[in-house]
Design a binder for this molecule. Structure first.
Ligand code: 5GP
Length: 189
């Protein structure tokens, strides 16, 4: 997606060879116009897949997921990273290991929001090692629903996630694919 690549080039900050900061338009301050275009692009790519629900993870996945939900006209569910007081039982859970934070978190979704009749599109802001997407896919599978695909805003192709997910036969649609973050700049695939 040209518009997204241009924005990453203009406003993304390469923090290291592994980490890209996009907090001026994607995961702290959010550009609604860009999110809308991202939603339209996800909706276009999954238009013929009978998507009935979108599943993402808080907090950075929510903005692109909601826009995709708007354009596919389906509800959006986000997995919580912390147990909420009102989310106590009937939960679907999975562990996510974060390489950046070097810690494991349990994420959860209320069972009542995903059923075996659902065809689910998983959306997240970044794909690095694939742990977040795999945990979301595990939750969807536990609910006996079908995973139609995984929509990623920014794939860091040089980390193993995309390969792991494709090996597990998930369809991965990434709107920007970064081949390298070496020398302080993002190089696209
Ligand atoms: P994974 O589970 O694929 O290793 O990592 C995905 C999650 O880590 C995303 O939900 C995202 O929040 C975070 N993440 C991974 N790499 C980056 C990065 O380069 N920049 C930012 N801002 N977040 C990242």
């Amino acid at each position: 997606m040209k518009l997204l690549e241009e924005r990453i080039k203009k406003d993304g900050k390469v923090l290291s060879e592994a980490i890209l900061k996009v907090d001026s338009f994607l995961n702290h301050q959010i550009d609604p116009q860009l999110m809308n275009e991202i939603g339209i692009e996800f909706a276009r790519r999954f238009a013929n897949d009978s998507i009935s629900k979108i599943v993402t993870i808080e907090s950075s996945g929510i903005a692109p997921a909601v826009m995709a939900g708007l354009h596919l006209n389906v509800p959006v569910i986000f997995a919580r990273k912390q147990k909420s007081l009102t989310l106590v039982d009937h939960l679907l859970t999975a562990k996510v290991y974060s390489f950046t934070k070097q810690e494991s978190n349990e994420i959860s979704i209320a069972k009542k929001y995903i059923s075996e009749n659902d065809t689910v599109l998983i959306i997240d802001d970044f794909l690095a090692n694939g742990q977040a997407a795999l945990a979301l896919a595990k939750i969807v599978t536990e609910a006996k629903a079908n995973v139609a695909g995984i929509g990623i805003v920014i794939e860091k192709s040089f980390q193993g996630g995309a390969e792991i997910l494709r090996k597990e036969n998930y369809r991965v649609e990434s709107l920007a694919q970064i081949a390298s973050l070496a020398d302080g700049k993002a190089v696209f695939k």
